[in-house]
Write a protein that binds this ligand. Structure first.
Ligand code: ASN
Length: 364
């Protein structure tokens, strides 16, 4: 369990909604760090800063018809330093404030945002409110920064309600960047230079932000019929093994033989294909005997794993390898941590790893 963050102060940001207007959407911004709030240090490197003056850096916030509060995590990080403990803490904070707020915006570094959004999607079961991750490629306050636009649009999406039904329009963990909102567990960082930094290859964007916001209602998950359940465990005994022509038995054995390893994402070729050499099959068989769950994820960004389409993938099923369908590696590794953290028996673990839990795969 993470340490308690229950006492962190909330900072009210001045907006156009009077504090007494209890009908205005109430949104919580959780600031974790990332380029969006960075400044240069004396060595000219970008490092995260505290931004209690967020409304001065993004003056448009004052025109929003929402009630806004900002919660700053005690340790602001470049997202390269994010850990599963941070994901558990974020999930706990959302649990703590779930009933008081209509939506949440998580300000996060872009480097690992897709992993964090995927992890949160698994931890927040039966989510009925928007949890929108966003960040920036250029720090807020700099000329040509994308921070204000990303933040303002993320807030608008987090506040959105169906025009007729007045129900929550996006009961999902999403990731907003540039001009699209994609499902958190479908996202991949694809750019470190351009503003359009994220893509979802196998699932359409849930919202397009042009002059108006266009919600793809048919692709968005339905409101849950049960109450939010926040999970509190992730198992970090997992690994990713990316195949390449020439990979040696020593490398495969070293990864699959890590003491205590419980799960591994095997990044295979094409539609889930892998070598058929006896040494490779023996490594997989030994891993299976040690109880390691292997999830087959394609190195291709688009398309899906179909074990058995080729001879070079048919043997994987016999060795207990689980086909990952069209899952991303980012979602696969966090799904493994999540499912293994629930501690079920082998049949149930395999079933959960194969199933669509939060829209992360489209089973065929
Ligand atoms: N290194 C930064 C981070 O992930 C990159 C960014 O936010 N654009 O924290």
């Amino acid at each position: 369990m993470p340490d308690t963050l229950a006492d962190l102060p909330l900072l009210t940001l001045p907006t156009a909604a009077p504090a007494t207007d209890t009908t205005a959407p109430r949104l919580l911004i959780l600031y974790t760090g990332g380029t969006i709030g960075m400044v240069v240090n004396t060595r000219q490197e970008l490092v995260p800063m505290h931004f209690s003056k967020l409304d001065r850096l993004v003056p448009e916030l004052r025109q929003l018809p929402y009630r806004l509060e900002l919660l700053t995590l005690p340790q602001l990080i470049d997202s390269s330093n994010v850990t599963p403990t941070d994901w558990l803490r974020l999930a706990q904070l959302i649990k703590q404030y779930y009933s008081e707020f209509d939506g949440f915006v998580v300000l996060h570094g872009t480097d690992t945002m897709a992993y964090s959004a995927a992890a949160l999607s698994f931890l927040l079961e039966h989510l009925g409110k928007p949890v929108i991750f966003t960040g920036a490629q250029v720090p807020v306050g700099r000329t040509r920064s994308d921070a204000a636009r990303n933040l303002l649009t993320a807030l608008e999406i987090a506040a959105a309600r169906h025009p007729q039904a007045h129900t929550v329009q996006l009961p999902e963990v999403g990731l907003f960047f540039d001009d699209i909102l994609i499902r958190g567990n479908r996202a991949k960082k694809v750019e470190s230079q351009q503003f359009a930094a994220f893509r979802s290859e196998n699932y359409p964007p849930l919202v397009r932000a042009g002059i108006n916001l266009t919600f793809a209602d048919n692709d968005i998950r339905l409101l849950p019929s049960a109450r939010l359940k926040v999970h509190e465990r992730l198992d970090e005994n997992v690994a990713v093994l990316r195949l390449f022509p020439g990979i040696t038995a020593a490398v495969v054995e070293a990864v699959l033989g890590v003491p205590g390893l419980r799960g591994c994402v095997l990044e295979t070729y094409g539609s889930g294909n892998a070598p058929t050499a006896p040494w490779f099959l023996q490594c997989l068989e030994r891993a299976r005997q040690r109880g390691v769950y292997i999830l087959n994820v394609s190195q291709c960004e688009e398309g899906r794993v179909v074990q058995g389409r080729y001879e070079t993938s048919a043997h994987l099923t016999n060795l207990g390898v689980i086909g990952g369908d069209d899952i991303t590696s980012e979602a696969a590794i966090t799904k493994l941590m999540f499912v293994l953290g629930i501690e079920l028996d082998e049949t149930q673990t395999r079933a959960l790893l194969s199933q669509d839990l939060r829209g992360e795969i489209t089973p065929q």
